[in-house]
Design a protein around this ligand. Structure first.
Ligand code: OAD
Length: 373
């Protein structure tokens, strides 16, 4: 018989399930499945969870309360001007774009037709080099264009128009932040997007107009094979695959942005993909951090210097978790700041409404003008 850590993760989880470990603890079951999908064996995950939370130097409490109201009071009293937002697929699900890891509805639970060795293979360089057809078929379906920004996207725009957004780091490839009118210089598309394409494994990189790739994919297998032969290699949109570096812009900005931010807001992400997730632990030690997400994510047992909102007493001095939908959480924060009507006006006008700057930013020079795609 195989030892526990030799055992296939799914078999191991099944045995724990048979033993009743997850009764009334479905959240734990989901978490183990999610970690198994990214290669963490459930035995290792359980051992990690049992460990005491790693020590961090404790600080004075920086939030009046560990909730949306506490964050809103902090923003107004400290006159925040350097808010960094990190976001993921959860800000786009209400636009009709599935996330990746929600059991049942997430993309990774719905790729059976591609017969992949594991769900993430569809975004792995090595797999793509030898089996591009699966990604190309999915890319046709995922191609941006038919989706509209959500209230959470307009909340990013609101923070910008108020003059308090330093940067938004997004893992999403749908470009909806830009469609909501966030200027290019406020956004870091950490996992790339469909704005450009290139021939893989070329140095210097050979660029291909994205419309050429789109036209080829619309013709199916013949189309992409012809394009490959014409360009001397497979053409791929510039979205970041596992095994690829993040864009230079991410590398250039993240250290100074995170170390100087006065608040970090994290929206709709499971925080399991690195290096993106590591940004949470890089925020200035005195900066409060708010997670708006259906499930908890990025806690300090799972992520270096991760969130401590679940810890009692002095062990948490700056973290809050709003458990719920991004749209609802963003609206609640706007409301608590007295900005609800302006957010609604942005949503209703699809980003054309005029927003007043935050009172403490009134006389600051305006940042780049908002622009739409
Ligand atoms: P995930 O699918 O891993 O996580 C989405 C998170 O958002 C989950 O915790 C959901 O519970 C939560 N969620 C979903 N809808 C929500 C909503 N309306 N309101 C609040 N929370 C909601 O997606 P990401 O974390 O974005 O990378 O995934 C990270 C990366 O993994 C992606 O960029 C992609 C993927 O592999 C690449 O393709 C390189």
């Amino acid at each position: 018989m195989a030892s526990e850590d030799d055992m296939e993760p799914s078999e191991f989880i099944r045995q724990l399930q048979d033993g009743g470990l997850f009764e009334g603890r479905e959240e734990l079951l989901d978490q183990l499945r999610m970690l198994a999908a990214r290669g963490v064996h459930p035995l290792e995950a359980l051992q990690m969870m049992r460990r005491a939370p790693p020590e961090e130097e404790q600080m004075e409490q920086v939030l009046p309360s560990f909730d949306i109201e506490g964050i809103a009071r902090y923003i107004a009293e400290k006159e925040c001007k350097k808010v960094v937002v990190m976001c993921g697929a959860g800000i786009s699900t209400s636009a009709g774009i599935p996330d990746f890891r929600t059991p049942g509805t997430g993309l990774y639970d719905n790729l059976q037709r591609f017969n992949l060795p594991r769900a993430e293979s569809i975004f792995e360089m090595n797999f793509f080099r030898h089996n591009p057809a699966a990604f190309y078929e999915l890319a046709r379906e995922m191609w941006p264009g038919n989706f509209s920004p959500t209230p959470a996207h307009y909340f990013l725009r609101l923070l910008h128009d108020k003059g308090i957004l330093l940067r938004c780091y997004s893992q999403n490839i749908d470009s909806l932040e830009r469609h909501a009118g966030l200027p290019a210089d406020r956004l870091v598309a950490a996992h790339g997007n469909f704005d450009a394409a290139h021939v893989i494994d070329t140095e210097p990189e050979v660029e291909v107009d994205i419309s050429e790739l789109k036209a080829a994919l619309d013709k199916g297998e013949d189309g992409w094979k012809r394009l490959r032969d014409e360009k001397g290699g497979l053409v791929k949109p510039k979205i970041v695959f596992f095994g690829e570096d993040l864009p230079d812009r991410f590398q250039q900005l993240f250290q100074s942005d995170l170390s100087s931010c006065d608040l970090l807001i994290v929206l709709g992400t499971s925080l399991v993909v690195q290096p993106f997730a590591s940004l949470v632990g890089r925020a200035a030690k005195t900066a409060p951090r708010l997670l708006v997400n259906r499930d908890h994510a990025g806690r300090c047992e799972e992520l270096t210097n991760g969130f401590r909102f679940h810890l009692e007493g002095k062990k948490n001095w700056r973290d809050a978790w709003y458990q719920g939908d991004c749209d609802t959480g963003c609206k609640a924060l706007a409301e608590a700041l007295g900005w609800r009507e302006e957010l609604q006006a942005l949503i209703d006008s699809k980003g054309t409404a005029k927003v007043d700057r935050a009172p403490w930013c009134e006389f600051e020079p305006a940042q780049a003008e908002p622009s739409s795609l």
